[in-house]
Design a protein around this ligand. Structure first.
Ligand SMILES: Cc1cc2nc3c(=O)[nH]c(=O)nc-3n(C[C@H](O)[C@H](O)[C@H](O)COP(=O)(O)OP(=O)(O)OC[C@H]3O[C@@H](n4cnc5c(N)ncnc54)[C@H](O)[C@@H]3O)c2cc1C
Length: 399
């Protein structure tokens, strides 16, 4: 691999901001910093092909779409994303459409994280920014000082060092950055269920996402494009994917989503990808230590029910980029406030994700089931209940 940086004779380099991790948080942060005249280098442990093919989230809040459009990343998004006015809530007793546009004035966009990642990588390449793949042994040093640095081994096996003014950990929940914060406070919630997620080469059977409560367990019908559906089933944690044949998956989806009821039908198709996703809530604080800042999954994880993981990563860096720009120009006020202001949004999203998750996922407790149905009836019939869901789902303003 050709090294894209500017080395001195030792094979080392210097930049303003080293970003660890080329997920949505790291890539977007690099883009936002470049727009503010701040130089950065993104280090990524995976290959370019792996990063571009990774399948994860797919729902963008209204505020995320606005931000991406404002910073020049809206062209393909506007052309290829699927705007949605709202969602359907299904229970065996009712099927309700919540129209977010009527309720709060805007909807959401379905746009695969894979597509967003491609836009971000393309923008980095077009902007001449440095994105280094296949690094190993990433280690952070001197983050308590104004001259932190990061060491790693590049794809050719050479030991490298980058000196910087700031290091940002965007390396997800298993990266080294969070471990570099001494004595963080952490909060964790492990949910007693998991999601079996599938991608299927079949046109979506619905015009809007369906969230379904069913005594057998939660199910969700989402989509990635006019020809590709994304569907989920609640399964027990630790489920072996081998136990779920394609037939079993489609049968369970049909039952839980309500195939045949009120004339609605689910069309099955070839399943191209299957995975089991654990459901976890996690927060680490503070999101800053010295010259190290954390953003996205490096600092927090939410269960996917509220579609907040990707959007929170975007919200973090939308707040962090101007704070770093100001810090590097000598004004540290926004950087000092970053952790607290970011965590306020994190906890709001954590609460919403918990609320959606516990309302929709079935437990063994019949009392819980009645509470869930009562809550769903309220959301479906009360404008105040529906508006609360709509406001949180479509995203609170970023600023
Ligand atoms: C399997 C899975 C499925 C998901 N599905 C959904 C969903 O359906 N809906 C939803 O809303 N959210 C979902 N999420 C969550 C969402 O994808 C994340 O919240 C989002 O990707 C966060 O972006 P990020 O940039 O903070 O972290 P990530 O996307 O995790 O990016 C972190 C990057 O850091 C890199 N990295 C790690 N260690 C190092 C290192 N030592 N050196 C350099 N680079 C490193 C990783 O390879 C990765 O590229 C899912 C997450 C997972 C893991």
């Amino acid at each position: 691999m050709a090294w894209p940086g500017r080395f001195d004779f030792d094979g080392n380099m210097r930049t303003q901001v080293v970003i660890i991790g080329a997920g949505p948080a790291g890539l977007l942060l690099s883009h936002l910093l470049a727009a503010d005249g701040v130089e950065s280098v993104v280090l990524e442990t995976r290959s370019r092909e792996y990063v571009l093919a990774r399948i994860r989230a797919g729902i963008l809040e209204h505020s995320s779409v606005e931000l991406l459009t404002d910073v020049g990343l809206g062209e393909r998004l506007a052309r290829e994303s699927m705007p949605h006015r709202g969602i359907y809530l299904h229970t065996p007793e009712q099927r309700t459409h919540l129209d977010f546009v009527d309720l709060v004035g805007h909807g959401i966009h379905v746009y695969g994280q894979t597509d967003l990642t491609r836009d971000l990588v393309d923008a980095r390449v077009r902007g001449g920014q440095q994105l280094v793949y296949e690094v190993t042994g990433t280690a952070l040093h001197d983050i308590d000082t104004a001259r932190p640095y990061v060491t790693f081994v590049d794809a050719d096996g050479a030991a490298r060092r980058i000196d910087a003014d700031v290091v940002v950990g965007c390396d997800g929940s298993f990266g080294p950055s969070r471990q570099a914060v001494p004595d963080p406070r952490t909060w964790e919630r492990t949910y007693p269920y998991a999601w079996l997620g599938v991608l299927a080469d079949v046109a979506p059977s619905t015009d809007e996402l369906i969230y379904a409560w069913h005594p057998d367990g939660f199910a969700m019908h989402s989509m990635r494009s006019a020809a590709v559906s994304r569907l989920y089933l609640q399964v027990p944690p630790g489920t072996d994917i081998a136990e779920w044949s394609d037939d079993r998956i489609w049968t369970a989806l049909a039952a839980r989503l309500g195939h045949g009821r009120d004339g609605w039908t689910l069309t099955p198709g070839p399943i191209t990808e299957k995975s089991v996703l654990p459901m976890r809530g996690f927060v680490a604080a503070p999101m800053r230590h010295g010259r190290l800042f954390l953003a996205g999954d490096a600092a927090h994880i939410v269960p996917p029910t509220g579609a907040k993981g990707l959007n929170l990563a975007i919200a973090d860096v939308a707040r962090l980029a101007p704070a770093l720009g100001a810090l590097l120009r000598g004004d540290g006020a926004l950087a000092a406030a970053y952790s607290d202001t970011a965590l306020a949004r994190v906890w709001r999203c954590q609460h919403f994700s918990w609320w959606m998750t516990t309302m929709l996922h079935v437990t063994d407790d019949p009392f819980d089931a009645q509470l869930q149905l009562a809550q769903l009836r309220w959301v479906a019939s009360s404008e105040a209940g529906a508006r609360g869901l709509a406001e949180n789902y479509t995203g609170l303003p970023l600023r």
